[in-house]
Design a protein around this ligand. Structure first.
Ligand code: NAD
Length: 328
């Protein structure tokens, strides 16, 4: 018996959308139905390259597809996603899910009403190093992450908080089993008129503190996270998919106790391929994706708190001045 393929299209075939298209084209379980882009030349070029059809608008895909990737700039994720979700099309929306929480909530509602699923493109959840953290993290009390890049000349419709920092916010919210209590942050525009570099301190109700720095104006590319918990510190290099773990080994008579470092041999993953395969599986089975719309909303809400804290710091205040009920 032949397997019924999932009919998929990609909307927005710029830098990342082209890679989505390439991955889908290589999947046996997918029928790559077509691509859409507001730049007709680009859509034509990518359709020809991957031997698929160029459609003029997302509306033309209704009835032809089961699922789509939305890889347009963030400021139109809601506009593109809402019509397809209302028609029952499953969507993978690139991160961040939307520009603000009300847009994200409206997307989630539309999916709930039609039964369509939403997955959000928080790619790092499918990074081999992050997946290998499972079972190794227990009540971290301090986390530090740095995500620094040279200027990309893309994604300038949003600031660095929604462009890069949201990856680490999503990862950290998943590692800490507690609610966010308070956010303090600084940020500066460097090349664009938006915040290009930001550093946030996120304090959780259980006392854990996360220091997150994101920059799109750095000389070199860094993708690292360090996590400290009782007797253990764990370091992740996202880019090389590597983990090292330092553990305290209590030895009779040794004072202070020894700390040994272990390099963990992990299975490297093609994170985007893993993410898209998971989406296709969820579209077929209708199970809730690992990074659902709600997860995307949760990360977006904390990113918004960071943006507000940056604004306050630029005005010479700190986020701690805010009443607690305005924080979430
Ligand atoms: P890009 O500018 O290279 O490509 C965007 C494409 O969308 C362009 O070809 C543009 O013509 C097209 N487009 C714009 N509006 C459209 C519309 N209404 N309908 C159809 N097409 C439209 O941008 P990019 O770097 O590929 O980023 C796209 C999205 O992917 C952004 O949301 C960004 O945040 C996200 N992204 C995620 C990651 C990740 O690690 N998960 C990495 C890069 C980008």
């Amino acid at each position: 018996m032949t397997m019924k393929k999932t009919r998929v299209a990609v909307i927005g075939v710029g830098h990342l959308g082209t890679i989505h298209t390439e991955k889908y084209a290589s999947m046996e379980e997918v029928d790559l139905v077509g691509v859409v882009d507001t730049d007709p030349g680009r859509a034509e070029e990518i359709a020809a390259k991957f031997k698929t059809i160029m459609y003029k608008s997302p509306a033309e895909l209704v009835g032809r597809v089961d699922a789509v990737s939305i890889v347009t700039p963030t400021n139109n994720h809601h506009k593109v996603g809402i019509e397809l979700l209302k028609k029952g099309v499953d969507v993978l929306i690139e991160k961040p899910i939307a520009m603000d929480a009300s847009e994200a909530e409206s997307l989630i509602r539309a999916g709930e009403e039609s039964g369509a699923i939403i997955q959000v493109g928080h790619l790092e959840r499918f990074n081999g190093a992050v997946m290998a953290l499972q079972g190794r993290v227990s009540n971290p009390m301090f986390i530090e992450s740095n995500r620094l890049s040279p200027f990309p000349n893309r994604s300038t419709d949003v600031d660095v908080i929604l462009d890069l920092m949201i990856h680490d916010i999503d990862i950290i919210l998943n590692l800490v089993d507690s609610e966010v209590a308070e956010v303090d942050a600084v940020g500066i525009p460097v090349i664009t008129k938006k915040i290009d570099l930001a550093s946030a301190h996120i304090r959780f109700e259980n006392g854990c503190l996360a220091n997150i720095t994101a920059s799109r104006v750095s000389a070199n590319r860094t993708r690292e996270l360090h996590l400290f918990q009782a007797d253990t510190c764990i370091s992740i290099d996202y880019a090389h998919q590597h983990i090292s773990i330092g553990r305290v080994i209590p030895e009779a008579g040794a004072e202070p106790p020894k700390m040994v470092n272990e390099e963990i041999d992990i299975e490297k993953k093609d994170s985007l391929m893993e993410e898209l395969k998971a989406f296709v599986r969820c579209s077929k089975s209708k199970e809730r994706p690992l990074v659902s719309g709600e997860e995307g909303l949760k990360a977006l809400k904390v990113a918004t708190m960071v943006q507000e804290a940056v604004e306050l710091s630029m005005a010479g205040l700190t986020s701690k001045n805010r009443a607690p009920d305005t924080l979430v």
